[in-house]
Ligand binder design. Structure first.
Ligand code: ZN
Length: 77
């Protein structure tokens, strides 16, 4: 019985070591994935007045965010 437990312990330890070695060799592809960031002007911002999304280049900066300045956009706060 003791021999069986010893064999089981050895198998568990071997499985643990093999898994650790396999995981250690597969870390070569672990590179920082730098996603290409779009141009700052191409980013859409939300109009604080009417809620429309407009490119940041066309948006009018206001103290509390951006404003689209469209026809349906209220000029007054
Ligand atoms: Zn607006």
């Amino acid at each position: 019985m003791a021999r069986l437990l010893l064999l089981l312990a050895i198998i568990v330890v071997l499985a643990f070591v093999v898994r650790k070695v396999l995981r250690g060799t597969s870390t070569k592809r672990a590179q920082p994935d730098a996603s290409p960031s779009p141009e700052p002007d191409a980013k859409l911002v939300r109009c604080v007045s009417c809620g429309a999304y407009v490119p940041r280049a066309e948006a009018l900066p206001v103290p509390n965010g951006f404003r689209c300045g469209g026809a349906g956009c209220k000029s007054g706060g």
